[in-house]
Write a protein that binds this ligand. Sequence first.
Ligand code: SF4
Length: 338
Amino acid sequence: MTPKRSIIPIFVPHLGCPHDCVFCNQRRISGESEPATAEKTVEIIEEALSFLPRDTDKTVAFYGGSFTAVEKEMQEELLGAVQPYILSGKIGDIRLSTRPDAIDEDVTARLKRFNVRTVELGIQSLDEEVLLLSKRGHTAQCAERAAKLVKEAGFELILQMMTGLPGDTPQKSVATARRFCELKPDGVRIYPTVVVKDTELFEMWRSGEYREHSVKEAVELGADLLDIFEKAGITVVRFGLNPTEDLSGGDAAGGAYHPALRELAENVRYLRAEKKLVSDSDRGKTLRFIVPRGRTSQAVGQKRANIEALKGEFGIKNAVFIESDEINNPCNIRREYV
Ligand code: SF4
């Protein structure tokens, strides 16, 4: 059995980032405003080690800013603070997130030296117009080159994409996802756009220049993207922004913010699969579906929305779900005829 992995997150809000992507307010998104230091890194690690179980693999994760865009000395200071823990075996490895234009051969060599295992690249879109309108400051070509460099240097590669950015369309998001599959990442994060206060996007939204990406749009498109990545054998490690008190308390002013966004997208995937197994001749019947263990709530939908949708569209009387270990593909389902 693979041992459990614990992540020790250290946020480096906006540290070193020379850009101002229209959607970004790292402090409000991460809930942190203080830049990380070597002392703070050690403090966070010590605190985490005091309560994390000894038998888990532990990863220190520098998230939030553009790590490799930070001055070299600062990168080495932060990475250096973790090294004694790696050498003593208390920490297994390091992961960090960065921008595509802050990756080159020198950078990958440095990260190797400091025992970084995973590099996450915030690519957000591979459509030039979307990148431009979102003020990302890099091209799609630059993003693809960075992904290849990271892969070739032997790191685990995680790619991040967003949906619903200015100038974006579902077709563009699907094209980005398909291209991601060709780049063969070890995992993907999908962040439907949230309108966060104190960002340029917030002003664009208020002035009507930007139409928000609704939760409904995000979960419908998300269901398509989850299908694409699942078929390609690529894990979607996250779908939707991590809920924080600040975001839930009003900083997420609009857009696709929902604490259970992934669950909603999985519900949509199930409803689509269920519809394929039902026809008009099922009117008045109670249907039995077999789903993988632990998936009943996704198959039923929030507040039984999927069952209600099947009742409305096909006139069925009810639907019951039976869990089985026989089906282990997460969104697989079959119908049992009695
Ligand atoms: S590159 Fe990242 S940290 Fe910098 S502004 Fe854009 S999203 Fe924010």
